[in-house]
Design a protein around this ligand. Structure first.
Ligand SMILES: Nc1ncnc2c1ncn2[C@@H]1O[C@H](COP(=O)(O)OP(=O)(O)OP(=O)(O)O)[C@@H](O)[C@H]1O
Length: 244
C-alpha cells in the first residue's frame, strides 16, 4: 500500500526554486533514501512534507488523507513524525521527561506518559541515560533522544534528517541496526536524508536523488549511485559524500 504520496511540490525563496516540481511515493514498510549535493533542496523538501513549510504548489497525502500545508501537530496525528538535523531537546529536562513531553503532545495522559515514554527510551537504547539531563548527552545520545521524541507519537512514517551526521563510524552501525528493527519489528516506514553513502546503500529500498531542487533520478541504490548524472552532480563534493 502507498503510504506517502508527494505530488509536484515546489517551494521558492525570493525567486530561488529550492524545491521544483518534486514527486515521489513511499510504500508502507519500505525505506526511501533521499540524497543530493549540498543545497539540493533535501531539508526544504522534508519541511514541505512534514508541515513545517507550506508548499507553493503540489500536494502531500498520507494514507490517502490530504495533509498539504497542514500544521505539524495535525500531521503528527495523521501518523507522520520527523527528526531535525539540529536537535533541540529541553536541555534541563531528563531524557525520560523529554520523551514524556513528546508523548503527551501526541495525546497521552499525564499519568500514562512516563511509563509509555520509558518504553520508547528503552527501544532506542537510552535506558542507562534515562534520568540524565539531556544537555549532558554525547552526540550519539542526542541523536537517539531525537529519534525517541519522534517515535513518541507512534508514527507510521518517520522522516529522518541526517540522523547519522556527527557520529563516528562505530556509532553509526548500531543506529542503522535500530532503524532496521524499527522497520522490521514495528513496521515503521522510513524516509531519510543522508550524506553517508554507506548508510544509503545499506538501508534504502529505493533512492531519490535531488539536484538543484529537482528530481535527478530515482531507483534502486546500486543503480542510482552508478548513474553518470548522479556522479556528475556530486563532482567536487567527494569528502561530504563519503561522510566525515
Ligand atoms: N528559509 C530559507 N530562505 C531562503 N533560502 C533558503 C531557505 N531555506 C533553504 N534555502 C535555500 O534553498 C536551497 C535548498 O536548501 P536546503 O537546505 O533545502 O538544501 P539541502 O539539500 O538540505 O542542503 P544540505 O545538504 O546542505 O543540508 C539552498 O539554496 C538554500 O540556500
Amino acid at each position: 500500500m502507498t503510504l506517502l504520496e508527494v505530488e509536484s511540490v515546489s517551494k521558492s525563496f525570493r525567486g530561488l526554486r529550492a524545491v521544483d516540481d518534486v514527486s515521489f511515493t513511499v510504500e508502507e514498510g519500505s525505506i526511501l533514501g533521499i540524497i543530493g549535493p549540498n543545497g539540493a533542496g533535501k531539508t526544504t523538501l522534508f519541511n514541505l512534507v512534514a508541515g513545517a513549510l507550506p508548499p507553493d504548489t503540489g500536494s502531500v497525502r498520507l494514507a490517502g488523507t490530504d495533509v498539504t500545508g497542514a500544521k505539524p501537530h495535525r500531521i503528527s496525528h495523521a501518523g507522520m513524525a520527523r527528526t531535525f538535523q539540529l536537535m533541540k531537546p529541553f536541555g534541563s529536562l531528563s531524557v525520560l521527561e523529554n520523551v514524556a513531553v513528546a508523548r503527551m503532545a501526541a495525546g497521552a495522559s499525564r499519568r500514562r506518559a512516563p511509563a509509555e515514554a520509558a518504553d520508547v527510551v528503552d527501544r532506542v537504547g537510552l535506558t542507562r541515560w534515562r534520568d540524565a539531563r539531556s544537555e549532558g548527552l554525547p552526540t550519539a545520545g542526542l541523536k537517539r533522544l531525537e529519534l525517541a521524541r519522534a517515535l513518541a507519537s507512534r508514527p507510521r512514517v518517520l522522516l529522518l534528517d541526517e540522523v547519522l551526521a556527527g557520529l563516528v563510524p562505530a556509532e553509526r552501525t548500531p543506529v542503522m541496526e535500530l532503524l532496521e528493527t524499527l522497520r522490521r519489528d514495528d513496521g515503521i516506514t522510513l524516509v531519510f536524508v543522508e550524506h553517508i553513502m554507506a548508510a544509503v546503500m545499506r538501508l534504502s529500498d529505493s533512492v531519490l536523488v535531488l539536484d538543484q531542487g529537482r528530481v535527478l533520478t530515482s531507483g534502486e541504490p546500486h543503480q542510482v549511485t552508478q548513474d553518470p548524472r548522479v556522479i556528475e552532480a556530486y563532482l567536487g563534493e567527494e569528502p561530504t559524500v563519503a561522510g566525515p
